[in-house]
Design a protein around this ligand. Structure first.
Ligand code: SF4
Ligand code: FES
Length: 334
């Protein structure tokens, strides 16, 4: 085991652990933000540089600090390593620069973007960005592209994190989209306008950290903080069938995978569960979803402060208690 200290907290981790993974073991408060790394996708990470940290001591054997910030998702822990994330003022300043670059071409269309409220770039700018922009040039713009029947691409919002490309490579039998061109003319595109249409393609929506890949069945239906997330499952031959349903009144507006404290889905779900089973009767309701991540979604209603009700609830206009027998819905809520 290797010992690493991150922002003053020490943890022992197995060999081959990255600094980001070690920081995540210590918890979301310590972990650096990550816009392109996704633990469920192999070879993700190394593109966005939001996860940079300062290595103030390389290892027990070679205590020299690393000369410049390193991407924590790509740097392995060494025994005795000391890392600074939030405790280094220079690092905090450097990350502001990274955020500024990510926002250089990003439109300020949060008021109409479906991802608002669960956008990692919005959170990143709020927590790690600067208040204003110094960018004076015209931003690049693109026309919206339909990627098959369920997904729409807003390339203007894309930060080129490659997560959707990894999903297509690793979850679907064939990939028809990727990053075309290089440098500041790079863009996500389908090869010869082919559509993305296979049973796991909808997962590109869940992994997209911004509103570049949107669910056409949910577009403009509601701000996400007006919807109520509920965990549910069904018997599905293709995927685990474990999802989150997002209700407004009695209607399921959308279905997504269940996301953890780092905004990553636990299980990738199939398109039938995501797009074609939107009636409450299709599902076994488990109970309100705890939104672990600091989020406007949990700030506004019953999930505030993670006070999850202990009872079984039925879905309706609001959550009504349907029996008085205390029933544990989520062990994490204890
Ligand atoms: S479309 Fe979304 S997931 Fe794909 S590269 Fe762009 S930001 Fe990343
Ligand atoms: S999360 Fe490490 S470079 Fe993007």
């Amino acid at each position: 085991m290797l010992k690493v200290t991150i922002d003053g907290q020490t943890i022992e981790v197995p060999e081959g652990t990255t600094i980001l993974q070690a920081a995540r073991m210590l918890g979301p408060e310590v972990a650096p933000p990550a816009m392109c790394y996704y633990s469920k996708l192999e070879t993700s990470g190394g593109y966005c540089r939001t996860c940079i940290v300062k290595v103030s001591k390389g290892s027990e054997k070679d205590p020299r600090p690393m000369p410049k910030p390193v991407a924590s998702c790509r740097t392995m822990v060494m025994d005795g390593m000391e890392v600074q994330n939030k405790t280094s003022p220079e690092l905090v300043e450097a990350r502001k620069g990274v955020v500024e670059f990510l926002l250089a071409n990003h439109p300020l269309d949060c008021p109409i973007c479906d991802q608002a409220g669960e956008c990692h770039l919005q959170d990143l700018s709020f927590e790690h960005g600067i208040e204003s922009t110094r960018y004076e040039f015209e931003r690049r713009t693109f026309k919206k592209i339909d990627l098959g029947p369920h997904i729409q691409l807003h390339m203007t919002r894309c930060i080129l994190c490659y997560r959707c490309v990894k999903v297509a490579d690793q979850l679907t039998p064939e990939r028809y989209h990727g990053v075309l061109n290089r440098g500041d003319v790079s863009e996500i595109s389908t090869y010869i306008e082919k559509s993305i249409d296979n049973e796991f393609s909808g997962n590109v929506i869940d992994v997209c950290p911004v509103g570049a890949l949107t669910d056409k069945t949910f577009r403009f239906k509601s701000r996400v903080w007006f919807t109520k997330p509920v965990d549910a499952h069904r018997n599905c031959d293709t995927c685990s069938g474990k999802v989150t349903l997002w209700y407004k009144g009695d209607d399921v507006l959308r279905v997504t995978g269940r996301k953890d404290a780092f905004g990553e889905v636990a299980d990738f779900i199939c398109n039938t569960c995501r797009f074609e089973t939107k009636k409450t009767s299709d599902w076994v309701i488990e109970g309100p979803r705890v939104i672990d991540k600091k989020s406007v979604i949990s700030a506004n209603h019953y999930l505030s402060d993670l006070k999850v009700p202990d009872f079984a609830y039925e879905v309706g206009e609001d959550y009504k208690k349907i029996d008085d027998t205390p029933k544990l819905l989520n062990p994490a809520a204890q």
